[in-house]
Design a protein around this ligand. Structure first.
Ligand code: MG
Length: 386
């Protein structure tokens, strides 16, 4: 079994924060939730031990619940030092654990492929691994204010995590450790026990969030991944039902010559709603307003549109603009365009200049050309507000 101990019981004193930095949030998401979701990308990992302070346990449980991991996750109590935390983590490993990696909770941008490579590398011949990157700066040893020597840069690497070993080996190395002095990572424990540790390539992005400058770098990296703009498209078609009033864009166009549907059959608003929902990455209107639900029988689509606007607001989006086209052979829609634009803008609390409504015929071709029904298409641009 492949196990990973994620150490998340630190304090973040160098960040100047009074709470555990791993629980600090940016844009509604904590640092540790990034680390967790990247760790859980691993295809080799079979159990996760998360080491946390007792008083913070519930926060971590909530974060885990949102991620719904597909492998068993256990919470172990944090220790006074990092090494003690790792020891606690080892106590919680499954009896069948064969390989174990340790990862710092404060390295959010680890990736599943690197974790998998570390597990794959661990064998009887290569019993321990550490992820590291070559030093680019020249490293000086300093005594007082004076350089005492310059180290050979070509031999120097910066150790990152994950680091790990065959499980029994790391347990033995930990148990045989007589002093924690000079031990700043798990590889040092293995080295001291005389275990050869293989270096695997790390990445600059695997940096540890330690100082306020690192926190800014973390924010920059999370923000770069998602542009604030989203586009959406929607389409709808309804059959004519001569006996019903015609509702389009929230406007009562005529008392007869309307459309068949469970709600008021406002084909234009339906297309716009689907475009908005799609842009926000939400489900379609059939999901939110099912035509099997009696509450939506004869429903005023304008009210449903207002509800869609609220769903978008909950996701933090504002509307940039909407463009739409109604495709119908009848009736003539030109006299109603302004009223439709105003009605849609009012429901969405935007300006009519942000709403496009156009009408076209289908040149007597196909279903619409035979006047069997009316269709509408919509495109939208929405923007995430910071
Ligand atoms: Mg519809």
């Amino acid at each position: 079994m492949n196990s990973l101990i994620l150490v998340a019981a630190g304090m973040g004193s160098r960040m100047g924060a009074s709470v555990n930095k791993l629980l600090l949030e940016h844009d509604g998401r904590s640092l540790i939730s990034y680390t967790l979701s990247h760790v859980l990308e691993s295809r080799r990992l079979e159990e996760l031990i998360l080491v946390v302070k007792d008083e913070e346990r519930t926060f971590f449980e909530e974060i885990l619940a949102k991620l719904s991991p597909q492998i068993p996750v256990k919470l172990a109590p944090g220790g006074k030092t990092r090494l003690e935390s790792v020891r606690h983590g080892l106590d919680f490993l499954h009896a069948d654990s064969e390989k174990v990696l340790v990862h710092d909770g404060a390295r959010p941008f680890v990736d599943g492929a690197t974790i998998d490579r570390a597990f794959d590398t661990l064998t009887a011949e290569t019993p321990a691994v550490v992820v590291a990157i070559p030093c680019v700066d020249t490293i000086k040893e300093v005594e007082g204010n004076e350089i005492s020597c310059t180290l050979d840069r070509s031999r120097l690497h910066r150790a990152q995590t994950p680091q790990g070993a065959l499980t029994p080996l790391l347990k033995r190395a930990m148990a045989s450790l007589t002093s924690e002095e000079g031990i700043t990572d798990d590889a040092s424990v293995l080295e001291r026990a005389g275990v050869p540790v293989k270096v695997l390539p790390g990445k600059e992005d695997f940096f540890k969030v330690t100082t306020p400058g690192d926190w800014k770098r973390f924010i920059d990296m999370t923000e770069k991944k998602e542009l604030p703009f989203r586009i959406g498209q929607g389409y709808d078609i309804h059959r004519y039902d001569e006996s019903r009033p015609l509702m389009l864009g929230g406007v009562r166009i005529a008392e007869k010559g309307g459309l068949l549907g469970h709600s008021d059959a406002d084909v234009l608003l339906h297309a716009i709603m689907d475009a908005l929902l799609g842009a926000a990455g939400l489900r379609d209107i059939g999901y939110y307003f099912p035509d099997t639900d009696e509450r939506f029988a004869g429903a005023d689509s304008q009210k449903l549109l207002i509800h869609v606007k609220q769903l978008l607001e909950e996701e933090g989006y504002v509307i940039g603009n909407i463009d739409s086209t109604v495709i119908a052979e009848k009736p003539k829609l030109a006299p109603h365009i302004s009223a439709m634009k105003e009605s849609i803008a009012k429901a969405l609390e935007i300006s009519p200049s942000q709403v496009g409504v156009k009408a076209t015929t289908n040149e007597k071709l196909g279903t619409i050309g035979r006047k069997e029904g009316m269709a509408a298409m919509a495109s939208v641009l929405i923007c995430k507000q910071r």
